[in-house]
Every structure is written in structure tokens, then in C-alpha cells.
Design a protein around this ligand. Structure first.
Ligand code: ADP
Ligand code: MG
Length: 324
């Protein structure tokens, strides 16, 4: 029902950022190599994501907007063993219930098609003018939830938190090109040949960074790879919000892993001061549970202490590279 989908929507999309995150993750899941994000008015007027991924068949468009409709988990166990992300099959249902939502998609071998959902009222599939990939436009989000809309932060802070998120996401997906524009003006771009270090320098607007990678094989966990860009200990910040973590191409929040970086620096940076670090972890999807809560970025690791020491050790190698 309408009420049920509005409630579900509230759990998944509280702010424009949540919608942006779900749309970008879907584009990554679709194998996109180029993703364009456009916002108008900080996302409240328009959020548009255009990708060159594999696209959606016309017959599947309706299903994409149904709750628990996912093409990515074929059984319950899959939810615990997925290399893709997101609360299974909830995001588009939730977003399309609280916005004027249009999805256009071209899948090779099928007629390019589009579907519109006007605050949950879904119309028929019609042909669309799109050559490849998928474009999703989310207009007037929360217009049917006046209270939520009223408590949204201002345009600037929506823009800032979204840009921070996309920059970090682009680091964890350096093989994908990201282009972001706000009100028609480009604000961020990565390029196809960019390395993680190139991107980290853009993210932090800081050149005194090194790249380190470390791989360890473990009998229970397979290979754990940590790739990290971290700053010279001479760079000292009062806030720890420059320590950013991602797992398997996704942005996560993990206090313990942030602490692993802080501890690696503790001899080189005074207490209460922090470095910049972007930490990218690749592990077997079966060792990380990403589905704790739809709108939260916390994950649960099977072997948290193993991951902790891998991150701490890699951050230590970064410090050594600066010869301190
Ligand atoms: P989930 O990502 O958990 O499967 P979503 O609600 O985010 O659920 O998306 C529903 C479905 O819509 C996906 O499983 C996928 O099949 C399809 N989909 C959404 N966005 C895209 C996209 N950009 N490209 C291709 N398919 C997409
Ligand atoms: Mg999704």
C-alpha cells in the first residue's frame, strides 16, 4: 500500500544523500564505466544519475520499483554472500514512492524504454530516447512528505555531504569515471586513467600523500588486500573526518578501522591530531555483512581483528615511506 511504502521509504531515504548513494551503487552494480551525477537545488529539485552500465530490459522495469525486487540475490543465503551492495531490492521502491521518478534504460537487444512513478503511482512502460545504459531522474523528492521536507538541511549542506560521499566513492572505484555537476556547473570529475593517488589528492586537496598496498593471505579468510593513501605526518588535522574507509568498492563507516589508522600514527602525530587517509579494503564478500541497516553504512566483519591489523600495518608502511 501507499502507507507501507512511505514508511519503508523513511528507513532508506532520509536525505538526498541516501538516494544518491543508492543510485550510484546501482550504477556500479550494473558495471558502469562512466557515471554522471547532476543535482539541482542540492538534490531537492532534481537528482539525476546517468550510467553506461548494462541497462534493464523493458519487461523488468516495473519489477525494479517493487519492494524486495532485486536482480542481485537469488536466495536468502545470497544476502549474506554478495559482492554487490545495498539493502536488497528496497532502494528504488523507496525512492520512487517519495518523488517524481523516471527511469530510462537501454539494454542491448531490447527496445530502449522508460517508466515513470509519480509519488508511487506507476505508469506504463513507453519507448525512450536513450542509446545505452540507464538514466534515473528523481524530481521533487519528499514533496509528499511535508514534515520530512521541512526538516531537510539547506542546499549547501546537502551539496557538501553528497560531494564528500561521491569523492570517496570515486576513490574506491578508480576504474570508473565520475562527473558531478550542481545546478549545471561541474564541481567534480575523475578521469579514466586516474590512479587512487591522483584521486586521493583531489579528495583532500593535499599533495603530501603516499600510496601503499598490502596483501595478506589467511587460511580462514582468503586474501585480504588493503590499498591506502595516507598523508605525511607533517599534515596534522584537528578532526578525524579525513580518515575514510571503504570495502569492496563501497563507502563504509567503521570506528575501529579509523582507530587502526590513528594508532599507526600515534608516535608521529600528537594526540588529538589526525592524518588524512583513504583506506580501501578488498575481502571475500562472505566475510562482511553489509546489510545491517538500509540507511547506515556500518558493516560487520567476520574477522575484525584480522582486518584491523592489516589496516594498521598498511598505515605504518605509509608512514615509513615518508622516512620518519
Ligand atoms: P538492489 O540494488 O538491492 O537489487 P534496488 O531497489 O536498488 O535493489 O534496484 C532494483 C533493481 O533495479 C536492481 O536489482 C537492478 O536489477 C535494477 N537496477 C537499478 N538501477 C540500475 C542501473 N543503474 N542499471 C541497471 N539495473 C539497475
Ligand atoms: Mg541497489
Amino acid at each position: 500500500s501507499h502507507t507501507a511504502s512511505k514508511i519503508a521509504a523513511g528507513e532508506v531515504v532520509e536525505r538526498p544523500l541516501n538516494a544518491v548513494k543508492e543510485l550510484l551503487e546501482n550504477s556500479l552494480d550494473a558495471g558502469a564505466s562512466k557515471i554522471i551525477l547532476e543535482l539541482v537545488s542540492g538534490g531537492t529539485e532534481l537528482i539525476r544519475v546517468t550510467d553506461d552500465g548494462k541497462g534493464i530490459k523493458p519487461d523488468d522495469l516495473h519489477r525494479c520499483l517493487e519492494r524486495f525486487a532485486t536482480s542481485k540475490a537469488s536466495c536468502v543465503e545470497d544476502v549474506y554472500n554478495i559482492s554487490t551492495y545495498g539493502f536488497r531490492g528496497e532502494a528504488l521502491a523507496a525512492i520512487s514512492a517519495v518523488s517524481d521518478f523516471t527511469i530510462k534504460s537501454a539494454r542491448s537487444g531490447f527496445e530502449p524504454s522508460q517508466l515513470r512513478s509519480h509519488f508511487g503511482k506507476v505508469s506504463a512502460v513507453i519507448p525512450a530516447a536513450i542509446d545505452a545504459g540507464t538514466q534515473i531522474s528523481v524530481e521533487n523528492i519528499f514533496e509528499n512528505l511535508p514534515v520530512r521536507k521541512k526538516f531537510l538541511k539547506g542546499q549547501r549542506s546537502n551539496e557538501q555531504e553528497i560531494l564528500k560521499f561521491v569523492k570517496q566513492l570515486s576513490f574506491h572505484n578508480s576504474d570508473v569515471q565520475f562527473i558531478v555537476s550542481y545546478d549545471g556547473k561541474e564541481v567534480y570529475r575523475t578521469y579514466p586513467g586516474d590512479s587512487m593517488l591522483d584521486i586521493a589528492k583531489k579528495v583532500f586537496a593535499e599533495d603530501r600523500l603516499v600510496y601503499v598496498e598490502d596483501e595478506c593471505a589467511h587460511s580462514d579468510s582468503g586474501v585480504v588486500r588493503v590499498r591506502l593513501c595516507a598523508s605525511n605526518p607533517a599534515v596534522q588535522r584537528k578532526r578525524r573526518d579525513g580518515i575514510l574507509i571503504g570495502v569492496n568498492g563501497r563507502v563504509i563507516k567503521d570506528h575501529a578501522l579509523t582507530q587502526a589508522v590513528v594508532q599507526a600514527y600515534h608516535r608521529n602525530i600528537p594526540q588529538g591530531m589526525y592524518p588524512y587517509a583513504l583506506v580501501d579494503i578488498s575481502i571475500s564478500p562472505s566475510l562482511v555483512d553489509v546489510n545491517i541497516h538500509p540507511a547506515k553504512a556500518e558493516v560487520r566483519f567476520q574477522l575484525p581483528s584480522l582486518i584491523f591489523s592489516a589496516v594498521q600495518r598498511t598505515a605504518g608502511q605509509a608512514i615509513e615511506k615518508f622516512n620518519v
